[in-house]
Design a protein around this ligand. Structure first.
Ligand SMILES: [Zn+2]
Length: 116
């Protein structure tokens, strides 16, 4: 049976791969547009670059979360909400193995971030 640690390590590998692919993709953007003859490519090259940077940035943040979860696992505090110290529900951890906050704290944090 796969453990949470296995799952996180698999996730970490795929994120690392996706990040390096994404960065490579950004560098080879011009070649790629020529190869695929993307009808939208010519007008949106800068936009595509921004999109890739955005996606890579998001994956890097996700990778940080995964690394954090692995560290928490090592330290024996995995599955505990960072804000209120309550246990994060098993259902939530199954859907999001690297969740750091319980649903209540996460949604209030996101609410604050949106308002700011
Ligand atoms: Zn909480």
């Amino acid at each position: 049976m796969k453990t949470v640690k296995d799952e996180l390590e698999t996730k970490r590998r795929s994120l690392e791969l996706a990040i390096s692919n994404g960065l490579g993709q950004s560098r080879n953007q011009t070649e790629r547009n020529e190869m695929t003859k993307d009808p939208y490519g010519s007008a949106s090259m800068t936009h595509d670059d921004e999109m890739i940077v955005d996606v890579v940035g998001r994956r890097m943040r996700e990778l940080q979360n995964v690394n954090r979860a692995l560290a928490d696992l090592e330290a024996g505090r995995y599955g505990t909400c960072e804000d209120c110290g309550e246990e994060i529900s098993a259902k939530r951890l199954k859907a999001l193995p690297f969740a750091m906050r319980c649903i209540a704290c996460q949604s209030s944090m996101e609410g604050v971030r949106r308002a700011a």
